[in-house]
Design a protein around this ligand. Structure first.
Ligand SMILES: NC(=O)c1ccc[n+]([C@@H]2O[C@H](COP(=O)([O-])OP(=O)(O)OC[C@H]3O[C@@H](n4cnc5c(N)ncnc54)[C@H](OP(=O)(O)O)[C@@H]3O)[C@@H](O)[C@H]2O)c1
Length: 506
């Protein structure tokens, strides 16, 4: 493919206007930054944003651009940032809540669309999940079908939308329900009825998220018309591999919140099967693939919807055991501030043993700490934190105790079609991930970007963890030696008694 006719990815984006949903999210931020940094001739990037927590879209845009992701652009090419134009809207509203004027601008100018907005809450109420993930996608397709010149519509799905199958090819599977029928239910059914019907509707899927994401794909297949659609399905998305900086992450979804708690020392056990593959993929790799998928969709039109399973399990697998052990190792080497217990723990494959460990390693210490806090007159929070973490771990259990075979032939083929330069600039070859080094940066990223702990505090945190280790050792010594002391004392007192009895007798 890379030959004399070849249009480089960068040139393809020249003078184009792009529309992005979900740009304020974890993945969306990396998408916007990478497009501006690596395709400097882009015309405009329109971002769909909703006002939130009393902040209007201009304020939200400013907040977005002030974040660490855009530091490089702020410093080196601040002009690029002025290409971003916020569009007020909400995908739960008719016509996406976008004003007529803004709709007209988008219809006239946009040629590439990235749809990343979604609710990623696994156990979201089904009605809301349908409204955001399905109806929102449907409304966006309707708007795009009115645009004059859409050359690529990239929909971000999830590799797990077909988690009811073991072998997941790059194709759209039947879901067992029709998207329009499920959407129609939202129009007349009240929340309570919806909730009662949820287990029946989602059937073999573990949660409303995977169900609505699967139906959104099916709906795209039915309703795209002549829209050139491609679907990118990442598995579990973690921190960046290299760009804009190694280790960047800003949400606690999936394993990240749990690992942050493990680093602080209060999460030590989880139900997962040691040897099952943990299909984890760095966020910048997913974004590079999305950018190239749009290039491919526009430059080589097909009648079908190309699907890209953006996963690591086939080409560079890591097991849950390796993931957990390496994460703990780096939590100890690069400790977080104020750890309350020495970071250590493991996967358990037995439900019973895991439950026992949760009781004794998570809940019991939480009750003790909360009692101490209460006695000192401060706010007891640990039981609440542990209850939340248990809920997060429970959501992850389905994925950490099973394994899928996500085929990724389209992803490999796309990589082969790129020129060496594009392959380097938009790297999505997962074989290049060196897991130990990647996870080291993941832990450092959690420390810096989630817990907001300055890297300068590492030396102090290291000496703190040494003290914690000493306290930990003292406690272990006390636990082991107390019964022995008790035994010796009671033996001694019994021998004294025996001698006394003997003395009395003589
Ligand atoms: N993260 C993962 O591990 C993962 C794995 C596989 C697939 N995916 C898919 O990747 C995409 C992005 O995920 P993410 O991790 O970046 O999620 P995220 O951080 O939760 O971001 C979600 C984005 O959607 C926007 N959004 C939600 N409801 C909206 C509404 N009603 N109107 C307008 N915008 C709305 C959010 O805007 P606000 O800022 O206004 O809330 C935010 O920008 C999703 O489609 C998800 O299904 C994610």
């Amino acid at each position: 493919m890379a030959g004399s006719e070849y249009t480089s990815v960068k040139d393809f984006y020249r003078d184009r206007s792009i529309f992005i949903t979900g740009a304020t999210g974890f993945m969306g931020k990396i998408l916007v930054e990478k497009l501006l940094r690596s395709c400097p001739h882009i015309k405009n990037i329109y971002l769909l944003m909703r006002p939130k927590k009393g902040r209007n879209v201009q304020e939200r845009l400013q907040e977005l651009l002030n974040g660490p992701v855009f530091e490089n652009l702020r410093r080196n090419s601040p002009d690029e940032l002025s290409k971003i134009i916020p569009v007020a809207g909400d995908i739960t509203e008719p016509e996406l809540g976008i004003s007529i004027d803004d709709q007209n601008t988008l219809i006239r100018t946009v040629s590439i669309v990235f749809h990343s907005a979604a609710t990623v809450k696994f156990d979201e109420a089904l009605k809301l999940s349908v409204t955001i993930n399905m109806l929102g996608t449907k409304r966006l397709v309707q708007l795009c079908n009115r645009m004059h010149n859409v050359e690529a519509f990239i929909h971000v799905s999830t590799a797990y939308c077909n988690c009811d199958r073991n072998d997941v090819a790059e194709e759209i599977y039947p879901v067992g329900r029709e998207p329009d029928q499920v959407i129609a239910l939202t129009e007349w059914m009240d929340d309570k009825m919806f909730e009662e019907l949820t287990p029946n509707l989602i059937a073999s899927r573990p949660n409303t998220y995977t169900f609505t994401k699967a139906l959104a794909e099916r709906m795209l297949q039915r309703e795209r018309g002549s829209l050139p659609v491609a679907i990118v399905r990442p598995s579990i998305v973690l921190s960046s591999h290299r760009e804009p900086v190694a280790g960047w992450v800003d949400n606690c979804n999936g394993p990240t919140g749990i690992i942050a708690a493990a680093g602080k020392g209060f999460f030590r056990t989880m139900l997962c099967h040691d040897d099952k593959v943990a299909d984890l993929v760095p966020v910048d790799i997913v974004i590079n693939l999305m950018i190239c998928a749009a290039w491919r969709t526009a430059t080589q039109r097909t009648d079908t919807i190309p699907i890209y399973n953006c996963c690591t399990g086939q080409q560079n697998p890591i097991t849950w055991k390796q993931f957990v052990e390496l994460s703990f190792k780096y939590c100890r080497q690069y400790p977080m501030n104020n750890v309350i217990w020495y970071p250590d723990g493991r996967c358990h494959s037995s439900v019973l043993i895991n439950k026992l460990c949760v009781t004794f390693q998570h809940m019991l210490p939480a009750y003790i700490l909360d009692t101490l806090a209460w006695l000192q007159g401060s706010q007891p929070i640990m039981v609440r934190v542990q209850t939340k973490l248990s809920k997060a771990a429970k959501c992850l259990e389905y994925f950490s105790t099973k394994q899928w075979n996500f085929r990724d032939d389209n992803v490999r083929r796309l990589g082969e079609q790129l020129s060496p330069e594009d392959r380097e600039t938009f790297m999505f070859d997962v074989r290049q991930i060196d897991w130990p080094s990647y996870l080291k940066h993941y832990i450092l990223g959690i420390r810096q970007f989630i817990l907001k702990e300055n890297p300068d505090t590492l030396p102090a945190a290291r000496s703190n963890i040494t003290n914690t280790l000493q306290h930990f050792a003292y406690i272990i010594i006390i636990i082991i030696t107390l019964p022995m002391l008790f035994l010796v004392v009671s033996c001694e007192s019994s021998s004294v008694a025996v001698i006394r009895v003997l003395n009395m007798a003589t």
